[in-house]
Write a protein that binds this ligand. Structure first.
Ligand code: SF4
Length: 318
């Protein structure tokens, strides 16, 4: 029952060294204690991946803030990139961090989703960092939020980047019909896939293949109030696996079956789950679970016969 998972990892880190006006996150300050909790969760996650050499994993870090300015994230990327059972580890970044450490990664497995934020960094400085990635031989793409006032910057960025570097434009959708046909044409000349991104996809209530191919490891603190809409819901009968959590350190490895949804506890969605390797059921919070492609044979979940039989004393009339 080897795992084969694509994991989006988003920890509780929510601070950034930039202050982009269009960013709903990263206007936060992470206290020393909050960072310590986030780093501990990250370390448990890396340990968990490392301890599963029979699995295959693709990991994308999508932090709320900027993670690569934090040493534990740089070290996690380096460590993960050297695991033979990892196909890819990538991260979203504003590319403001130091870059020397990347040379120590396995460059066949590590990748960077870099975003250029005009107003936060000079274009020349950003391009310079991209050229450093080119010299190191790192894989990366570059993105930019497609605000109308960025269009000249986008053209200039395209001209400056290596032709082999894809430049994607993140469609601005907060305003309906934001772009004129001429503006769309101009952006498509830079990012041929822009119109796919421009479309507003209606997914609520519809079949979506994503949930079968992707797992979301959202390790937010329960009271953070951020990202609640991204948390998954599991149904009874679904097969899941546990991600590292302080309450599940001694949990059996491998797959579990969701038996039932339980009442919420301290703002967390709770589930009753059962592993074929354990005789008892567990009640765990949703953020500790990811869906699994494994099948559990039904007979493995049936209660095992009790090993010991207690014979009750019989009353003997006197
Ligand atoms: S760099 Fe990214 S996370 Fe930081 S403020 Fe800008 S958009 Fe937000």
């Amino acid at each position: 029952m080897a795992l084969n998972l694509s994991i989006l990892y988003r920890g509780s880190l929510a601070s950034c060294n930039y202050g982009c006006p269009y960013c709903p996150f990263a206007k936060r300050h992470d206290t020393r204690e909050a960072l310590a909790r986030d780093y501990a969760a990250l370390a448990r996650f890396v340990d968990w991946i490392e301890a599963r050499p029979a699995g295959r994993f693709k990991i994308l870090f999508t932090p709320w803030g900027e993670a690569l300015i934090r040493r534990p994230y740089r070290e996690a990327m380096t460590r993960l990139s050297h695991l033979p059972h990892l196909d890819r580890v990538a991260i979203q970044t504003n590319l403001s961090c130091e870059l020397d450490w990347i040379a120590a990664c396995d460059l066949d497995r590590v990748a960077f989703w870099c975003t250029y934020h005009p107003g936060e960094v000079a274009r020349a400085a950003f391009i310079d960092r991209c050229r450093t990635l080119d010299r190191i031989g790192a894989r990366y793409s570059v993105g930019v939020v497609g605000l109308k006032e960025h269009l000249d910057e986008i053209d200039a960025l395209r001209a400056a980047l290596a032709p082999s570097t894809y430049l994607w434009v993140n469609a601005y959708k907060r305003v309906a019909d934001y772009y004129s046909p001429a503006e769309i044409e101009r952006i498509v000349a830079v990012d041929p896939l822009f119109e796919l991104n421009l479309e507003v996809y209606s997914s609520r209530g519809r079949a979506c293949r994503g949930r079968h191919r992707l797992r979301h490891a959202d390790l937010l603190e329960p009271d953070s109030g951020v990202g609640e809409e991204t948390m998954q819901q599991f149904n009874a009968g679904e097969i899941v696996t546990c991600i590292p959590d302080m309450f599940l350190r001694h949990a059996a490895p491998g797959a579990y079956k969701v038996l039932a949804r339980m009442p919420d506890r301290n703002g967390d969605r709770m589930y009753r789950i059962k592993s074929p390797l354990e005789e008892y059921e567990r009640v765990v919070k949703e953020t500790a679970l990811v869906r699994s492609d494994c099948d559990l044979p039904e007979e493995m979940l049936k209660p095992r016969p009790r090993r010991r039989v207690i014979t009750l004393a019989t009353c003997v009339p006197i």
